[in-house]
Design a protein around this ligand. Structure first.
Ligand SMILES: Nc1ncnc2c1ncn2[C@@H]1O[C@H](COP(=O)(O)OP(=O)(O)OP(=O)(O)O)[C@@H](O)[C@H]1O
Ligand SMILES: [Mg+2]
Length: 485
């Protein structure tokens, strides 16, 4: 189905989030939607899917204007959106989830297996949804949307947090759907992904459309042109200078990390001051356990943890904070930020005056500093849930206290545009130069290779010895994650 956006406008208070957006998505194509954080991409696709209403303008399917006011209207018109965090029930099985949301028809396990097989998804209908990886939950969601008869599919940053294999499966599914004449809109910050899977790309900037262009395979100039359209200039990747010193910062001794599924033994691990350590592995391979233990959030079942010669073994989270540990979680809206609170209220939470009344002047000033320094598009009184995805991530990073000794992060640049990613890493490298040690987990292997000094690979219930990133490629790292050492 051919889809056209015609002169779409949307404002939120002062913000003109979509300003006269017009472009066409041809039937049977995959169309990339790119643009800096806050450019207006999610706003546009939310209007298409009926999650929010537009102020003016038209959406046309095969040249006929359509009215989509709610997500149910959207589904009726054949538009479905794959959410980054799928909307499922963790306590139900895959099959039960599928039935609950696939509208009307009674599916059997065999039906579901057959549907999954069409896309080479390996889903077990009897498995509990809570045990699945993000990528697998995404697969159920995709099958569900197809069962509902979706002909236009929107994916908003779907490749963050899924494995390389799941990404291949997802891209193959997108191609199959386009081959059936469906139109697919793919919102992404990853230029490699856009080059790999899209037929066309449209770039947005500050609410407007900069332009649309065809994506020809093997076009070396494409990435540079897209970057120029997005940011109006070239970007250069920073290389990490050597900031590592001989002084040990974090020392783990004979540590055992456990949850219901895993038990990982770390005989000895030393991270010096100024070093960046990347944690690589499929989601759920123990990286999170490792980070939570080093953050003092979840005590290891055995072993000793020291930071700069302070014994933190069995100490509460507050002792870790006092020792200069900061943990930036992956799920920013559930763990990192508090929905319903403004940026300045978050500053107050961080600074904690110790007095009964809040000092609103200090809160506001603190928030203004954070907004200016981290270039957050928002005001001190913006509610965090109303910020764009990338701006929520900036807010989370802006709330990091000064003078940290150990910074622990999960997917630090998830959802950030390329320019912001580069800039955040410059700030993080500065922290290393001041002596902080950084450990981060990321599903982006290029990011791990680019910025880490050493890598720990989590695979098959084990953690590797630290591996230097000198001469290491993302492909080689991918093999190690798959168990090929
Ligand atoms: N519900 C809302 N209330 C107020 N402002 C909003 C709301 N939703 C979005 N905005 C603002 O509209 C602008 C566009 O946001 P949008 O989420 O569409 O950006 P985006 O291109 O998806 O960015 P990102 O890459 O960071 O996800 C931003 O300035 C954002 O703060
Ligand atoms: Mg967005």
């Amino acid at each position: 189905m051919r889809l056209e956006f015609r002169n779409i406008h949307k404002t939120f208070g002062q913000v003109h989030a979509n300003n006269d957006v017009s472009f066409v998505v041809e039937a049977g194509t995959i169309h990339g939607l790119l643009g800096e954080n806050g450019a207006g991409k999610s706003t546009l696709v939310k209007m298409l899917t009926g999650f929010i209403s537009r102020d003016s303008g038209e959406i046309l399917f095969d040249d006929k204007p359509v009215l989509i006011r709610t997500p149910v209207d959207g589904i009726r018109q054949g538009v479905g959106m794959l959410h980054q965090d799928p909307l499922d029930f963790p306590a139900l099985t895959v099959l039960e989830n599928f039935r609950a949301m696939a509208g009307g028809r009674w599916y059997t396990a065999a039906d579901l297996r057959k549907l999954a097989a069409e896309f080479n998804f390996d889903l077990d209908p009897e498995e509990q949804a809570g045990n699945l990886t993000v990528g697998e939950r995404q697969q159920i969601e995709l099958l569900r949307l197809l069962a509902l008869g979706v002909r236009t599919l929107v994916l908003d940053e779907p490749t963050t947090g899924i494995s390389a294999h799941q990404k291949d499966q997802l891209f193959a599914a997108m191609r199959t759907l386009a081959g059936q004449g469906k139109s697919v809109i793919f919102v992404s910050h990853k230029l490699e992904d856009v080059e790999e899977v899209c037929d066309y790309a449209t770039v947005m900037r500050r609410g407007g459309v900069v332009g649309s262009l065809p994506v020809a395979k093997g076009d070396d100039t494409l990435a540079a042109r897209l970057v120029d359209m997005m940011f109006g200039r070239e970007l250069a990747l920073p290389s990490k200078p050597l900031t590592t010193t001989p002084t040990p910062a974090l020392v783990l001794e004979d540590v055992v990390l456990e949850d219901e599924r895993l038990s990982i033994h770390v005989p000895k691990f030393i991270a010096p001051c100024g070093e960046v350590i990347g944690l690589a592995g499929l989601e759920g391979s123990g990286q999170r356990l490792f980070i939570l233990a080093c953050a003092g959030v979840q005590a290891p079942s055995r072993g000793q943890i020291h930071l700069r010669a302070v014994n933190l073994t069995h100490k509460p989270y507050a002792a870790y904070q006092d020792a200069g540990v900061c943990y930036v979680p992956a799920d920013r809206m559930r763990e990192g930020l508090v929905p319903g609170l403004t940026i300045q209220e978050h500053v107050a939470l961080r600074d904690g005056s110790g007095e009964f009344f809040l000092n609103t002047t200090a809160m506001q000033q603190g928030a203004e500093r954070a907004i200016a320094e981290y270039k957050i598009r928002g005001t001190p009184t913006s509610f965090v849930e109303r910020l764009s995805g990338g701006n929520q991530q900036r807010t989370q990073l802006a709330l990091m206290p000064p003078d940290l000794k150990l910074i622990l992060m999960e997917h630090p640049t998830r959802g950030l545009d390329i320019d912001s990613t580069i800039w955040i890493w410059k700030l993080l490298i500065d922290r290393c130069a001041q002596g902080a040690t950084i450990m981060f987990a990321s599903s982006d292997l290029d990011e791990i290779v680019q910025y880490s000094d050493r890598v720990l690979v989590f695979s098959g219930g084990q953690v590797s010895e630290p591996i230097s990133t000198q001469g290491l490629t993302a492909d080689r790292l991918g093999e190690m994650i798959g168990g090929k050492f």
